[in-house]
Design a protein around this ligand. Sequence first.
Ligand code: BEZ
Length: 250
Amino acid sequence: MEPQTWDAALYDRHHGFVASYGQDLLELLAALPGERVLDLGCGTGDHVALLRSRRVVADGVDASPSMIARAEEKYPDYPYFSVADARELALGARYDAVFSNAVLHWVPEPSRVVASVAAALRPGGRFVAEFGGAGNVGTIIGAAQDVREAFGLPRVPVPWYYPTVGEYATVVEGAGLEVRSAWLFDRPTVLDGTEGLANWVRMFGAFLLEGADDEKFVVELEDRVRDALWRNGSWWADYRRIRLVAVKRG
Ligand code: BEZ
């Protein structure tokens, strides 16, 4: 994973929904006090802090130094955060569970990621993850590519990995984990404020704006997706998620 250069404070201000939506994934994780849990792609640290407050022995890793710096600033009493590449964790088989929310679609080479997760788990340990699945933000991506074309710009490759359940389960089973459940579902996600779509694209999809006049691009994009994504005074991103629970064979 290339180090991300996101603005971590901006992320917390406008994209706090990422951690909030992860709350029910934590219920699926159902970590017990004393269990060792790794939050893979911990962002600014909210889930690690929540797990620690429940006496779960949680650590957090993220590829982004700015996210880790912000996590350390927010939780100065928790020295459990570090910068790491999901494909190269090399932590030893010490975790009862690896948990990951809204991150794995950012990381190419899923086989390496899952092998690295498997190596971090003790036999019987579980992998509980949610990330973008096939068709995720398809309306936004499709419209943005059309805007590029309309502005005389080339279409750009999309860096996100959005597999089907079948594709991902095959990768996971190939790494020696048993898939206990995996499903794909629509999860329209409200974006914060009337600038929500613009903020989302600038924060996460800057590659779509490459070479364009930022303001004009965003106005045109909003026009094209308004019918599909503007409801009751808010922008809704057309998120589709995969949720998966798998267990390392013992
Ligand atoms: C997602 O959580 O699905 C996502 C977030 C940012 C960019 C693309 C997808």
